[in-house]
Design a protein around this ligand. Structure first.
Ligand code: ADP
Length: 484
């Protein structure tokens, strides 16, 4: 037994109080006595006792109420209630109030020290158990913290060392994490950038454009160009409850490959054009050298047809090369309805042959475009030409021209075979021909027409896309801005 335990007697002065004091003292306890509320309060502030013996009525106040207040502040403090008389409901009250025990006359010295010892033992056991529980919980928390800390360090090391640039930011676009590649790409040095705004630390127009475009949930990737010729593909990924991440991959070598490929196509196309012109010229000369028999004539015409087909393909390739290289600076005033008239003249024969119902709508007065008239004609020829080419006999082709704010809108609608959803964005790629159509099998084409249309529209800062349902038809839409 710890003999140095302090027992506080909060009892009105009486022979019982003396008896208790003496008994406990004799049993080796330290004893303090208080007779009023202030004394009790002061004693609790100076040194919390190991146990209190409290009068049922103490300094004119209800001992149960006082003990409840005490237990609210010191829930594990053992309190023994002393009552002058043994009332039948005393045990119930003590139990309800959460006290340790109660004493009442007649009192023997042994009763007092036994009650105190018992209560202290129980309080000590409770204290030990509490300490053990706290230790157990803390050590398991510490263990968990250690694991998550090591996981975090591992993750940080992975992100820091991957080749792609990574920025993780919170919902206000402040940096949470930035890896070494990003620091190298944007020359950010080594100082900590956590908590700073991404826009503030990285002043790159392409990256800003990406962040602007992501706010309306549209495009999530963007090419980022640098003065030294390097090109990166930046991808924006929202992360729920955290913010977002931007990852950047170096695609300079892909861009270089693309450039080499285009250069190769351009050179080959260019070199093929002269011999083709010669072949075509000589096939025309053969006819003049003397009469040809029927077979010779047929073969010659087939030969000319094929050479013309290859020539068209080569011219398309050369055009595309020029457009992609940005050699399309010519800008004149172009009236779209006049361009459309020329295109309609060109397709007139085919429209009649296929008995296509052609509906042309020009809504209101169209403002002229600042554009390259040859390219705009090429764009119109391709779109209208495709609609007529791919629509079955007696189908309908509707062409609409209108103005919306400072933009001219061209719609070319047909009720032809349509393009499957998954191929709709691909038809604008070079050499891509959609697969679904029975029509495509017999219809000649190189798959370059729409790629040329897209390059032309892009070089005029416009937009082109297709809306289509298989079996119902396709609508190609072009929006071109009117330059002020
Ligand atoms: P092509 O020389 O094959 O016509 P384009 O680049 O002009 O090449 O078109 C690419 C592909 O898109 C075509 O092969 C065809 O499958 C599809 N396509 C284009 N226009 C239409 C249309 N109006 N209706 C259905 N499919 C079309």
């Amino acid at each position: 037994m710890a003999k140095q335990d302090l027992i506080l007697l909060a009892l009105d002065a009486s022979p019982i109080q003396d008896l208790m004091g003496r008994t406990l003292h004799a049993a080796g306890f330290e004893v303090a006595i208080t007779h009023d509320q202030d004394g009790l309060k002061k004693s609790m502030q100076e040194a919390i006792p190991a146990l209190i013996i409290l009068g049922r009525v103490f300094a004119g106040q209800d001992g149960i109420a006082i003990s409840q207040e005490l237990l609210e502040r010191f829930p594990t403090l053992p309190i023994i209630l002393y009552s002058d008389e043994d009332k039948p409901d005393l045990a119930k009250m003590v139990l309800k109030a959460g006290l340790s025990d109660y004493l009442h006359p007649p009192l023997k010295m042994d009763d007092i020290s036994a009650a105190v010892t018992r209560s202290l033992k129980r309080a000590r056991q409770l204290g030990d158990w509490l300490r053990r529980e706290v230790k157990r919980t803390t050590s398991s928390l510490a263990e968990k913290a250690k694991i998550s800390e090591s996981e975090r360090t591992k993750l940080e090391a992975i992100i820091a060392n991957i080749q792609d640039g990574v920025i993780v930011m919170d919902e206000n676009r402040n940096v949470l994490l930035i890896n070494r590649s990003i620091r190298d790409i944007f020359n950010l040095g080594t100082k900590s950038l956590n908590g700073r705004s991404v826009e503030e630390i990285i002043s790159n127009d392409d990256l800003r454009a990406l962040l602007v475009r992501t706010s309306d949930n549209s495009l999530k990737y963007h090419e980022i160009n640098f003065d030294d010729g390097k090109v990166f593909n930046a991808q924006y990924t929202p992360i729920p409850k955290i913010g977002a991440a931007i990852t950047m991959q170096d695609i300079s070598y892909l861009k270089e490959l693309d450039r080499l490929k285009n250069e190769f196509i351009h050179t080959v196309s260019h070199d093929l054009r002269s011999p083709l012109t010669a072949i075509l010229g000589y096939t025309e000369l053969i006819e003049r050298t003397g009469p040809l028999n029927e077979n010779q004539n047929e073969f010659l015409h087939r030969l000319q047809g094929s050479v013309q087909h290859v020539t068209v393909l080569i011219n398309d390739l050369l055009d595309l090369g020029r457009l992609e290289a940005g050699f399309d600076a010519r800008r004149d005033s172009v009236q779209l309805e006049s361009v459309l008239k020329y295109t309609l003249d060109m397709v007139d024969l085919q429209v009649k042959k296929k008995k296509i119902k052609l509906i042309v709508n020009i809504n209101g007065e169209l403002k002229p475009l600042r554009a390259n008239p040859i390219r705009i004609r090429q764009m119109m020829d391709n779109l209208v030409g495709n609609a007529i080419k791919y629509t079955q006999n007696e189908g309908t082709v509707k062409i609409d021209l209108s103005m919306h704010e400072n933009q001219v809108i061209l719609r070319v609608e047909d009720n032809g075979p349509g393009i499957p959803q998954e191929e709709q964005s691909r038809v604008f790629e070079k050499f891509y021909r959609a697969t679904n159509m029975a029509g495509n099998e017999g219809i000649q084409g190189s798959g370059l027409g729409l790629a040329i249309v897209k390059s032309i529209v892009d070089s005029h800062q416009g937009r082109v896309w297709v809306e289509s349902t298989v079996g119902k038809g396709s609508t190609f839409l072009v929006i071109l801005p009117i330059a002020e």
